[in-house]
Design a protein around this ligand. Structure first.
Ligand code: ADP
Length: 260
């Protein structure tokens, strides 16, 4: 699946948020979207999943404008994991993940769907939670359930909004490794908004650094994640070193007068 975001502008009730956003995404690519709070990362993901409609510009999937794709077809193509699962219905983990199959088969599930759900629960190491009520789980466990639901959907494009925010370091690595594996094995693409610059550096093929609703920098982690960009966009002095050919960032202090 090829994604092209062209000249996109979006504002909430006329308060401009996204401005002049142009992004292209190739197959089997993980794109990390970084930037400070309020930079527009979640808004961008919601526009790609057509929860929000940009006032200007267009978003194309394999050459088709997403406004012309039916909701059901879009749900087969895009799996979206929101930042918080605030709209959690009382249901077991199994049923919540099974809902990911709905775009493929309607309401009636088959044995194959059950297998897919169990397979995904296993992949995320949460099969022992299958019969638990999702509302009774920790934030981190819920986060894994929503990732499982999106993977069970078998999308061509995975959108992850802060997929590791509630996870401890072990589960962060586990989830990122799964995303990487799924992207490579299934040849799909993923866009993840992520605060942790070191996880972005390690797992993203390419990074977009957003600032004030615009793309401030774009490229390989080694070119985007540098001290100057971090100072300018986050107002933070950082020390950078190299780990396995990728930048490793140690934030030192907030700048006294940030050039923001
Ligand atoms: P990020 O994900 O980078 O933190 P967001 O996309 O959540 O940024 O927010 C970008 C801007 O849009 C912020 O100024 C935020 O306050 C505003 N915003 C986000 N959601 C809404 C909303 N539902 N209504 C009005 N403004 C919003």
């Amino acid at each position: 699946m090829k994604l092209k975001i062209k000249d996109v502008e979006f504002g909430y009730s006329n308060m401009p948020v996204l401005q002049n956003v142009n992004i292209e995404l190739a197959e089997s690519e993980i794109l990390g979207v970084v930037g400070p709070n309020g930079a527009g990362k979640s808004t961008l993901l919601r526009c790609i999943d057509r929860i929000l409609i940009p006032q200007k510009g267009c978003i194309m999937l394999d050459g088709r404008d997403i406004r012309e794709i039916s909701r059901m077809e879009l749900a087969r193509k895009i799996g979206y994991v929101p930042q918080d699962g605030s709209q959690i219905f009382p249901a077991t983990v199994f049923d919540t993940v099974l809902m990911g199959r709905r775009p493929h088969l309607g309401w009636r599930s088959s044995e194959r769907d059950t297998e897919k759900v169990l397979e995904t629960l296993k992949m995320l190491n949460i099969e022992d939670l299958a019969m638990r009520d999702i509302n009774e789980l920790s934030g981190g466990q819920q986060q894994k359930v929503f990732i499982a639901r999106a993977l069970t959907q078998e999308p061509e494009l995975l959108l992850l909004d802060e997929p590791t925010s509630n996870l401890d370091i072990r589960h962060q690595l586990e989830v990122m490794e799964i995303v990487k594996r799924v992207v490579r094995e299934r040849g799909i693409s993923a866009i993840m908004a992520i605060h942790d610059l070191n996880l972005a550096s390690r797992y993203a093929d390419r990074i977009i650094m957003m600032n004030g609703g615009r793309v401030y920098a774009e490229g390989k982690p080694s070119s985007v994640l540098n001290a100057e960009n971090i100072r300018h966009v986050y107002g933070v002095e950082a020390k950078l070193s190299n780990h396995d050919g990728r930048p490793y960032i140690v934030p030192l202090r907030a700048c006294v007068s940030a050039n923001r």
